[in-house]
Design a protein around this ligand. Sequence first.
Ligand code: NAD
Length: 496
Amino acid sequence: MKIIKHYIEGKEYEGGERTGDIFNPATGEIISKVQLGDSNVVKKAVDVSLKALEGWQNTTPAKRAGIMFNYKKLLEENVSIIAELVSKEHGKTIDDAKGSLQRGLEVVEYACSIPNLLKGEFSSQVGTGIDTFSMKQPLGICVGITPFNFPVMIPLWMFPLATACGNAFILKPSERDPSSSLKLVELFEEAGAPKGLVNVINGDKEVVDALIENNNISSVSFVGSSNVAAYIYEKSASFNKRVQALGSAKNHMVVMPDADIEQASDALIGAAYGSAGERCMAISVAVAVGNAADRLIDSITPKINKIKVGPYNDKLSEMGPVVSKQALERIQSLIASGVEEGANLLIDGRDIKLQGYENGYFVGPCLFDKVKTNMNIYKEEIFGPVLSVVRADNYDQALKIVKDNPYGNGCSIFTRDGDTARDFSNEANIGMVGVNVPIPVPVAYYSFGGWKNSIFGGHNAYGMEAVRFYTRVKTVTSKWPQGLRQGAEFKMPTLG
Ligand code: NAD
């Protein structure tokens, strides 16, 4: 059986006593094993990164941009290969995997403009004969710890911009689906990045802890569940590292009575059930206001019943399995708790059986109506194809539901009324808001990040926020001898 190793200095690297199993979620079979690294592997990767940094920090931003241009082209040429690697280990459909790569590619495209993004500031004559300028300098070695659900998109949020800013990067992908992340780094080197600039260590908590504890590492970018995000944030801060940690979500879509219900229901189907609900921007709660509720349910029910569930390699599949047996069991038990707590399970996908895939981790789309905010299915991030409809009497009540939720990644409102949409955009305490757009994932030249328990740390992912995260500002105040000698001064210097 294939054993997936680490990737250090441009080649496979063996290390660590333990291995983890990689499954095909559609069949439940173990398809490969992955080495789980340890502190020795971390030490090796750090040594290699330090060596790579020496040359890299002296390359011009224009040269780095040239590599990003090559990389973008190579990724485009390899879309099918990469998507297959994602789908095989994750379970999502090939089209969905291609879409996620496209969103990652946009960040590489953004990184092509790095000479412009790294421009500093300059002020002449801040005092007589004195100029001040600031520049953005790289941090050193940056680390990325990424989740299973976007094994190419999320690494692409991180290492292209980190390296374009002049840093080296160590990626610790999810141990559940690491193959596509490894392919990304191989292609980066093919595009011209020096070997050892980006290294990949596979593993779990042991590697993560060793990375954070290593003195040569300057920053930690994390995306995953909130419990782990909080841990990473605290631990990284205690080791004086710059840290951004993006966490879990419970995203709401408010549907107003004046909304175009057909448009809202189409949007809701894709946003709730795409990728089997395993997206941090999936809509898992529809807050239906007033008489929108019955009309919305009438409209979505037949559409949900038509969703074709199947393995990634069946061209007709619209939704694949969830990632693991544990995820499946957790989702099933949350559905059972919803029934026990009195929510109305209108569509029950638990008994789905697919011929030839009886051991796969499939759960069909589920729809709950009359969900209350004190129920477990409302409070927990289910991360599966389960949509809860919460009924609200009016807009104020709907807004309050959104605001009271402890997570704040994304949300949206469907309405034809400009006033309501504007008020919602201003008032929602959520990082990414959509108006008649269900999954408002910003384009690469904005930035991605939630509020409240969906983020720990002050920086969003990608966009200018990431350039700021991956650089530190140095401000120089300079004066050139003009023949006038003033002698020593002992009072606090002031400019004038
Ligand atoms: P996870 O938190 O289990 O794992 C994420 C990463 O952390 C993995 O690389 C894993 O190996 C590592 N890890 C896990 N436990 C750890 C521990 N105790 N100590 C140190 N490292 C640990 O998340 P997941 O199941 O892979 O991904 C799903 C979660 O990620 C969901 O909660 C989802 O909402 C969230 N997510 C958030 C965003 C966002 O942008 N906010 C994007 C994608 C996914």
